[in-house]
Write a protein that binds this ligand. Structure first.
Ligand SMILES: [Zn+2]
Ligand SMILES: [Zn+2]
Length: 185
């Protein structure tokens, strides 16, 4: 039995050097396990590895973070229910600021960039909630449940009763219209 891991609650990058001189650059390439995100979300499995590959460059009023985040996700095709184990590569283009003046910027606290909120945001946003196995997945037959990607069945498409059928059925249930009612013409 493996010992339970304690997920890190932050993904900190020391930015002291970067903040000292605008124009300073640094590359970050780290792997974290998905449980670090601390998300109770069926799309992410605790043991999955998330790759964060970013380039940092300091400006006068902050640090620009450019690169990508590779997040594995799991789900089922919304049409044919086939299990899917895929991953999404999200582009990163973020700004971190010591004094936040840009409403979209993340805050730099104690000369440290915490990349975790950014990774969490991208994972939640870009991993699909209702994925498709293929853009043109044919789905399942609504009658017999056959996977129509693998062949065709002989079921007739279910026909919804027309409004006339419904009226015909009601005729037998409702009292017949009285003859000799007021003639509007
Ligand atoms: Zn499908
Ligand atoms: Zn069928």
């Amino acid at each position: 039995m493996s010992t339970p891991r304690v997920a890190a609650r932050a993904l900190l990058v020391n930015a002291t050097e970067l903040l000292r001189r605008p124009g300073t650059e640094r590359d970050i390439d780290i792997q974290i396990s998905a449980d670090t995100l601390g998300l109770a979300d069926v799309r992410f499995h605790a043991d999955d590895e998330i790759s964060v590959t970013v380039h940092l460059e300091s400006l006068i009023d902050g640090i620009v973070v450019l690169g990508s985040v590779d997040v594995p996700w799991h789900g089922a095709c919304r049409r044919c229910l086939k299990p899917l184990d895929e991953h999404t590569v999200s582009d990163v283009d973020e700004l971190y600021q010591t004094v936040v003046t840009n409403p979209d910027a993340f805050e730099i606290i104690s000369d440290q960039l915490d990349l975790l909120p950014m990774v969490r945001e991208l994972a939640l946003l870009d991993a699909p909630e209702a994925p498709l196995c293929e853009p043109d997945c044919a789905g399942l037959c609504p009658v017999c449940g056959m996977d129509l990607n693998t062949g065709t069945c002989t079921c007739e498409a279910p026909v919804l009763p027309s409004v006339w059928d419904v009226l015909d059925q009601l005729k037998g249930v409702l009292p017949a219209e009285s003859d000799g009612g007021p003639d509007t013409n």
